[in-house]
Design a binder for this molecule. Sequence first.
Ligand SMILES: C[S@@+](CC[C@H](N)C(=O)[O-])C[C@H]1O[C@@H](n2cnc3c(N)ncnc32)[C@H](O)[C@@H]1O
Length: 269
Amino acid sequence: MSYEGFKKAEIVGWDARAGTYNDFTGQVTTQAIPMLLAMAETAPGKRILDLCCGTGRAAGAAGALGAHAEGIDVSAAMVDAARAAFPTVVFDVGDAEFIPRENHSYDAAICSFGLMHVGSPDALLSEMARVLKPGGRVALSHWIGPPESPLFRIVFGTMMKLADMSVVPPSPPPFALSTEEAMRKALEKTGFQAISILQLPLAFRAPSGKFAEQFRQFAARAAIILDKQDDAVLKEIYSSWDAQLKEFLVDGEYRVPMPALAVSAVRGT
Ligand SMILES: C[S@@+](CC[C@H](N)C(=O)[O-])C[C@H]1O[C@@H](n2cnc3c(N)ncnc32)[C@H](O)[C@@H]1O
């Protein structure tokens, strides 16, 4: 299945969020970058490709460490934001499922919270292997899914129960690689070796009364579903979220755990 409707909705969603990305999603995803840079063995002179780069913070940080960093994202608005923030790093618009780069070009490929947003995560992993030099390193982060993740158990669990999915473009399952076991299998199938997986204790934060508004800003994939629902369904979803999220309200702020996997592996020679 090609998921063309889903892929178009992703581009529209991230284009619309590029201007405020660092205030919402970027507040959380940026916390994983130091681990990914270490996993990629970032060092001066290394060629590093950041896939699904968003506003370019991983590539920008790799460049600041002396690497020859480049970034690719399918959203033109994200690439504009990345170029503005990191003018010495090369950023291009492109699809990570068909990376517009030669075979065996990079010492490391990073993908920070991108796998959940592509039509085929397997295609992205194969493309990462193709553009890496033999022995090159992959470093990626990915959300842990329900039931372990309180955030995704509540928000996606409720949407799957209450939303009208017949009006939403078909999409690949968001949490297919959200366990250590599934991630390891997918990497092994692609020929990666020396796989190492850690968990990062990340959390989504929003002021009391602003959870739904800020989560929609944060999560373009969830917004693809929410944008299509009528007001009555949205009201039901939001009130169910509020009821379930009460335990995570601390000092007027929701602090909802959304743990992530940080994964490294080596391309075989
Ligand atoms: C959650 S954001 C992650 C951005 C950044 N890597 C970070 O960690 O903050 C997901 C990004 O994937 C990009 N994306 C979605 N599908 C893509 C594809 N097929 N090829 C390249 N980028 C894609 C989106 O435009 C968006 O910028």
